[in-house]
Design a protein around this ligand. Structure first.
Ligand code: NAD
Length: 261
């Protein structure tokens, strides 16, 4: 398999997009380090199932992405237990929606820490191992909001635009060392979190679930289709392939045409 013997850390991989990417990389023979919050028994069940299904090593580390010392421990333990870090997927992220002049400063700080600074820490700590191995892939889960804005999402949009800049700088710095750095920019993705909102929003607004999907959630997406998790995880696998070796510093929208408008 294409990634046999490689090791990938995927932050925020106990749910949604990160979990899908971890699964797809494991299917390619990659050893995996899961990370994220959640019920410890459920996480252990998923970890063991992934290990059994794909015959790869799958570890879990519960580093809180707001804490640089815990992020450092995640990378140190990965290297100790799996011998290196070849692929890092910076995926952990949260959202908070509120007008900027009412935005709680602690929410701003937390979003910048998880959605932006954690990626800086992961990259600065993992790059030396990739340089040593002479190969590496950095994949940042950005967003359509790395390219365009929406109201009431100041911290999220600022963090994701920051990820765009970080992606380009890192790509340039390691361009001649067989290490690429790219960002995936999804539009609306039906993660469990989004799925749960459809019925509630329909009830709150007195409209049908179809109206919520087409006229509320997908108003910005010309295809009127959610991006699927496997469309993102297949893209992550592609970024790790030899075919993508000369693609670096890109912000690739997977947004049904949102940012083409
Ligand atoms: P999700 O809520 O399903 O998963 C988020 C993951 O991050 C979870 O595993 C959670 O435990 C983890 N996490 C949250 N806070 C953490 C912390 N302090 N430390 C460690 N882990 C933490 O969300 P998702 O929809 O899968 O989003 C994943 C990424 O994709 C995010 O960066 C998000 O901004 C981006 N994205 C999502 C969408 C969408 O519509 N769902 C669209 C564009 C971009």
């Amino acid at each position: 398999m294409a990634l046999t013997g490689k090791t990938a850390i995927i932050t925020g991989s106990t749910s949604g997009i990160g979990k899908g990417i971890a699964d797809s990389l494991a299917a390619q023979g990659c050893n995996i380090v899961l990370n994220g919050l959640g019920d410890q028994a459920a996480i252990e069940k998923d970890r063991a199932a992934m290990e059994k299904k794909y015959g790869v090593r799958v570890l879990y580390h519960g580093a809180d992405m707001t804490k640089p010392d815990q992020i450092a421990d995640l990378v140190t333990k990965t290297v100790q237990m799996l011998g290196g870090v070849d692929i890092v997927v910076n995926n952990a992220g949260i959202q908070y929606v509120c007008p900027v002049d009412e935005y709680p400063t602690e929410k701003w700080d937390t979003i910048i820490a998880i959605n932006l600074s954690a990626s800086f820490h992961m990259i600065r700590l993992c790059l030396p191992h990739m340089k040593k191995a002479g190969w590496g892939r950095v994949i940042n889960l950005a967003s359509a909001h790395a390219l365009v804005a929406s109201p009431f999402k100041s911290a999220y949009v600022a963090a994701k635009h920051g990820i765009a800049g970080l992606t380009k700088v890192v790509a340039l710095e390691v361009a001649q060392q067989n290490i690429t750095c790219n960002a995936i920019c999804p539009g609306y993705v039906k993660t469990p979190l989004v799925e749960n909102q459809i019925a509630d929003t329909a009830k709150a607004r007195g409209i049908t679930e179809d109206d919520v999907i087409n006229n509320v959630m997908l108003a910005a997406q010309p295809t009127k289709k959610f991006t699927k998790i496997d469309q993102l995880s297949d893209l992550a696998v592609f970024f790790c392939s030899d075919a993508a070796a000369n693609i670096t510093g890109t912000m690739l929208p997977v947004d049904g045409g949102w940012t083409a408008q």
